[in-house]
Design a protein around this ligand. Sequence first.
Ligand code: NAP
Ligand code: FE
Length: 388
Amino acid sequence: MNLDYLMPTRVVMGKDCLFINRSLLAELGKKAFIVTGKNSARANGAYDDAVRALEANGQDHVLFDRVMSNPTECCVYEAAAECKKEGCDFVLAIGGGSPIDAAKAAAVLAVNDIPREKLFARAFSGALPIAAVPTTAGTGSETTPYSVLVDTGSPDESRFPDGRPVVPGPSKRSIGSPLLFPRFAFLDARYTFSLGRNNTVNTAIDALSHAIEGFLCVRANYLSDVLARESIAMILDCFDSLIAFPADPRSLSAAVREKLLLASSIAGIVISQSGTSVVHSMGYMFTLNWGTDHGRANGLLMKSFLMWCRAREKNDPSVSPRIPALCSALGIDMESFCGKLETLLENREKASGAELDTWGAANMKNAANTYIKPSQEEIRRMFKEAVG
Ligand code: NAP
Ligand code: FE
């Protein structure tokens, strides 16, 4: 067996773990660049806890609270300029995947002069140390070496052979480097108690899709599979609670919140090894064009993707089957799983014929990392089945 497993993030979990483990923050530097979204970090108490921990350590801080959902490369350049101007020597990200991803890119840009057109070329030699406090239970960005950003320029990876962009306008692209693994991830489920139904469900589906896709990727390995199975089982355990989600976010039990948060960090570890599949690349189309939440976008595609995988496994003896093992991790058969997912998703969005044509012809970067590489025609059909 060949194996190469790197996961350098120290994960600390528990009530008040940020303050209790503040000595870890003290290792990172003298002045923190705290990166958050607009409101939630203050509202859920994570920002105050971080400031309390830093002050107890005698560390300074500056707050950058201008990260939007699906952060753009403009936003991270702005953050990095402020980080440099303020002389911060480490980055503390608090929020969902958006602030954590923006913080990672800012940590790179604060110590590397990278022109915008080279941002995604991964040519950098260092980054400020990063600590992450997730307040959604979905992206697992606190345990991944990726920063996913919206590149507002014209994409250079979705082009017709003559060079014309297939999907004009912005694209979602990622910077990946071991330098982007946070040094510490502090998991305190209390910060997720304020997440409403949509954010809770959509981020849980993102975590589940990391675990499922990670299991179905070329780069999956023995250890990522072990973790994927566990994360899938943990999230499936929470499915009935999610389906019966109460109107008041605070009445979803702390045990369910905690399980979702840990499962999503575990799923982050899975994709830190395996990467993601064609589902993530396809889902970006919904987010970019419709503003669909990232997790929901993956969820909309999951059924058609899994049904396609199963059919290909049946019809092609050269494919090593993965779906039976996936079903045993899910603990239910594929039809029952897709039925539950459908209940969570409620009404599906519908694409126009022109959208289906455009997306069906677009280059899907992660297709090559999917354990069975889908043809362009198969991608087109999956889009049609999902939102046609
Ligand atoms: P998000 O964009 O970070 O946050 C979505 C919304 O939830 C925001 O309005 C945010 O408000 C709010 N929010 C966050 N925490 C909250 C809380 N505890 N209570 C109430 N509201 C809260 O959503 P996300 O799904 O976590 O992140 C999505 C991004 O992560 C996408 O850009 C996706 O591509 C990326 N991603 C990255 C990785 C990776 O490995 N790096 C993996 C998967 C996805 P505020 O703006 O006020 O904070
Ligand atoms: Fe994701």
